[in-house]
Write a protein that binds this ligand. Structure first.
Ligand code: AMP
Ligand code: ZN
Length: 112
């Protein structure tokens, strides 16, 4: 997708601090971290949001969650706990319209 920053990361056109990759997903550190651990997990292919991934390619949606769980283990937060967030649409706080999961962990996260 032209002008999509996460497509540019997936193609290698712009750099990212990669922490994991699979055939269908990539994980890299957020440029502006909101927690001690803040990693983004994306599908390599462009979808506008997580719901669109699940509708079109449920295996890739599941792979995003599995990749996130693997990153949590690698970061040492699988046991202490972590949060997965998928902001969807402008009203949900989404600013990059390529599907992604935020993996947040570290010091205790605030409740809702
Ligand atoms: P959202 O607001 O849910 O769409 O989240 C988009 C996230 O992408 C934000 O937390 C940004 O800090 C992050 N972000 C934007 N551009 C980049 C980039 N080039 N590399 C890493 N993270 C980025
Ligand atoms: Zn994209």
């Amino acid at each position: 997708m032209p002008d999509c920053v996460f497509c540019a990361i997936a193609s290698g056109a712009i750099p990212a601090d990669l922490v994991a990759e699979t055939d269908t997903t990539l994980a890299f550190r957020d440029l502006d971290p909101k927690a001690d651990v803040h990693v983004l997990v994306i599908p390599r292919a462009h979808f506008d949001n997580l719901g669109a991934v699940a509708a079109a390619d449920p295996a890739t949606a599941a792979a995003m969650i599995t990749t996130a769980a693997g990153v949590a283990a690698a970061e040492g937060v699988a046991d202490s706990g972590y949060r997965l967030i998928a902001n969807t649409g402008a009203g949900g706080g989404q600013t990059v319209f390529h599907a992604h999961l935020h993996l947040l962990a570290g010091s205790r996260l605030p409740g809702f």
